[in-house]
Design a protein around this ligand. Structure first.
Ligand code: SAM
Length: 233
């Protein structure tokens, strides 16, 4: 299993800080439907994944919930959904629309004190929210907040698509949000991992993948994302 390399702590800090500084631009992008892959299918895919695993309404926690769209969507389907995020500004933006419990908690805090997450939950979701290099400690902590037959669902960028022309190997990359013009003040460091590394990190967290999905873009036929439904192993 990989250990944090040089520069990891600095990048993790820059990653968290970028969300605080980009919070308003991100909220506008999400709420105005400006992210094409979301409208093309990733929003629908994560909601459908939760509904499939948990047909009866129950407690759901959205970790790295951002401005809270998924919590609101799941509540619209009758789930008792709540959200946590490390960015106080994003949690403010989530609270301004209200309707659910939104709390500030960083992944580092949730890892050190899993009870902060609350629960037990029938479902925990992480929608494009695992962006750092070392994820198995957080996932392991969250696994302890699941009911015995609970599910944890991850949606992330598809490694084949996200790799682009770069080498298909784990490593830090930078998102400049250039597709949105110059409205995002801070670039975001994020950690690219191959499909094999996703599987190893999930295994190291004491979870097992029960279903792997690759939602496709109907127009291009290319994957929009990678969806991994996990259970306690
Ligand atoms: C791409 S956004 C996704 C937000 C939301 N899940 C959605 O689907 O719109 C990534 C989120 O992860 C959160 N995040 C990243 N690193 C974090 C950390 N170390 N602790 C807590 N939240 C973190 C950010 O604040 C941000 O809200």
């Amino acid at each position: 299993l990989r250990h944090r390399g040089p520069g990891s702590v600095k990048r993790q800090r820059a990653l968290a800080a970028s969300w605080e500084s980009n919070a308003d631009a991100w909220t506008t992008a999400v709420r105005s439907g400006a992210i094409p892959s979301r409208a093309a299918g990733t929003d629908a895919a994560i909601v459908a994944a939760v509904r499939r695993q948990m047909p009866d309404a129950g407690p759901v926690l959205d970790v790295g919930c951002g401005e809270g769209w998924l919590v609101r969507a799941l509540r619209g389907h009758g789930y008792d959904a709540s959200g946590v995020d490390g960015s106080p500004r994003l949690i403010d933006r989530a609270c301004e629309l209200g309707g659910a419990d939104f709390r500030v908690a960083t992944y580092e805090q949730l890892t050190a004190t899993p009870a902060l997450a609350g629960g037990p939950y029938a479902s925990i979701v992480l929608n494009f929210a695992l962006l750092g290099d070392e994820i198995h400690p957080l996932l392991g902590a969250l696994a302890t907040r699941l009911t015995l037959d609970g599910n944890l669902t991850i949606q992330t960028v598809h490694p084949w698509i996200a790799s682009g022309d770069a080498r298909y190997e784990d490593g830090w990359r930078t998102e400049t949000f250039g597709a949105f013009g110059s409205v995002f003040p801070s670039p975001m460091p994020w950690y690219f991992r191959t499909l094999g590394t996703w599987m190893r990190d999930i295994d190291a967290a004491g979870l097992v993948v029960t279903r792997l999905e690759e939602p496709l873009d109907a127009e291009t036929g290319r994957p929009l994302s990678l969806l991994l439904a996990c259970a306690r192993s």
